[in-house]
Structures are given as C-alpha cells and as structure tokens.
Design a protein around this ligand. Structure first.
Ligand code: CDP
Length: 225
C-alpha cells in the first residue's frame, strides 16, 4: 500500500476525533490525535503545580515531559512517565489548559516534531488545528471539519454525560466560543481553513456520512486504498 496522509483540522467538537478514528479503522491506517498531546502537556503542568498560562513555567517543565503515544486498533493511548493518562485528560479544565499551552511556539515545535515523526513511516489520519497548514503540509488529503456552535456544544454535552459530568448547555457554548477564539487568533499556527482543504459542515451530517465522504475524497485523490 502506498504511504499517504490525511490531515483533519477544525474547531472543538466538530467531530474530528470520532470520524478520524473510524476512517483509520476502515482504511487500516494509524490515527494520531494531536489534541491529546497538548492536553498531555497541560495535564503535566497542572500536576506539577504550574499554570498553563505561565509561559516561563511551562517552558521550564517541557524538557522533563516524558510523553509517549501508542497507536491502537481503537485510536491511541497516551502515557506520561509510563502512566496511561488517556481518559484523565478528557476534562473541560484540561481542554482549556491545552488551548493555553498551545499558544506557546516552543510547545508547538516540540509536539509538531513528534507528530511528523509518527507520519514518517506510516500512513496516518491526523487531527488537530494546524495539521494541513503546518505539521503535514504535503498531506495528500486535507479536510476542514466544522459545525455550528450549538451542535458542537450538544455533542460535547453528550460526551461529558457519558463520563458522569452534568454540564450546563450555556456554559459549554461559552467555553467552545472562548476556545475557538484562542485557537483562531493565536500568533503561532492558528486554526485556519487551508486553501487546499475540503470544507465539510457536519452540523446536519451523521457520523457515517462524514466517514464515507472522507473515504471517497481519499480514493479520488490517491486511488483505491
Ligand atoms: O477534542 P477537542 O476538539 O475538544 O480538543 P482537542 O483536539 O483535544 O485539542 C485541545 C486543544 O489543543 C485545542 O483547543 C487547541 O488549542 C490545541 N491544539 C492545537 O493547538 N493544535 C493541535 N494540532 C491540536 C490541538
């Protein structure tokens, strides 16, 4: 099989991870969740008593982070110092912290290098905010996935509910808007739709339809996978 890369970018809750995981399974390629890496850095900082907003503090910790990513048939697992933190990083607090450490250029460079490394010898579908424009600019397929704020908040509510959290809809909407603002307006590698990315509005689309659409676009670009 020819090696290729699918880059999926878009705002919080647009459905990137669910869809990318399913596409990876169907095509037999590796799924890389880059957001989990930013979450891992935020988790480590908070654990060490450093605020994700304290740039100097975050930078002083960066060299000590021993983060490992392990692709699995069901997505990926992330380890910090050998401890599996995959589910621990999926909270609103860590999401917000991730968005804050993600504004720091040195953090982006370090994680970007790790991400490129994972795509070096494998076909991947990688999701994040800067994949098509910065991490894998040579990716054969680039998708920009979007949905309305309300729909994204509804999806996030469902996700948090399965974990026993009882969030308030308006609060989730506000957090999504704040995170979009952070991600789209930061100085380094902001979230932007690339000129060469296919725009997919998933507001009214079922997950399976989005998966099929991406597979069709991929086969159009690189032939049968
Ligand atoms: O799953 P969700 O969309 O809520 O967020 P995520 O993909 O886990 O990413 C968390 C945060 O990390 C985002 O809000 C971004 O600020 C940052 N991030 C980034 O800057 N670049 C990436 N490639 C991936 C995530």
């Amino acid at each position: 099989m020819k090696k290729f890369a699918i880059a999926v970018d878009g705002p919080a809750g647009s459905g990137k991870s669910t869809v990318a995981k399913a596409v990876a399974k169907r095509l037999g390629i590796i799924y890389v969740d880059t957001g989990a890496m930013y979450r891992g850095v935020a988790y480590f900082c908070i654990q060490q008593g450093v605020s994700p907003l304290d740039e100097a503090g975050v930078l002083s910790l960066l060299k000590d982070i021993k983060m490992e990513i392990q692709p699995t048939s069901d997505g990926q697992r992330i380890f910090l110092d050998g401890e599996d933190i995959t589910s621990k990083i999926r909270t609103q607090k860590i999401g917000q912290g991730a968005s804050q450490v993600a504004t720091i250029q040195t953090v982006r460079q370090k994680l970007g290098d790790m991400q490129r490394d994972m795509a070096k010898n494998n076909s991947v579908i990688m999701d994040g905010r800067d994949i098509g424009n910065f991490v894998l600019p040579q990716a054969e397929v680039k998708i920009y996935m979007d949905a309305s704020v309300e729909e994204r908040a509804r999806r996030r509510m469902g996700e948090l509910a399965t974990k026993g959290e009882k969030p308030v809809f308006e609060v989730i909407c506000e957090e999504i808007i704040r995170r979009d603002e952070n991600d789209m307006n930061r100085l380094y590698n902001p979230l932007r739709q690339g000129k060469d990315a296919v725009y997919l509005d998933t507001t009214a689309m079922a997950i399976d339809d989005v998966v099929e659409t991406i597979i069709r676009i991929t086969e159009e670009k690189i032939g049968e996978v």
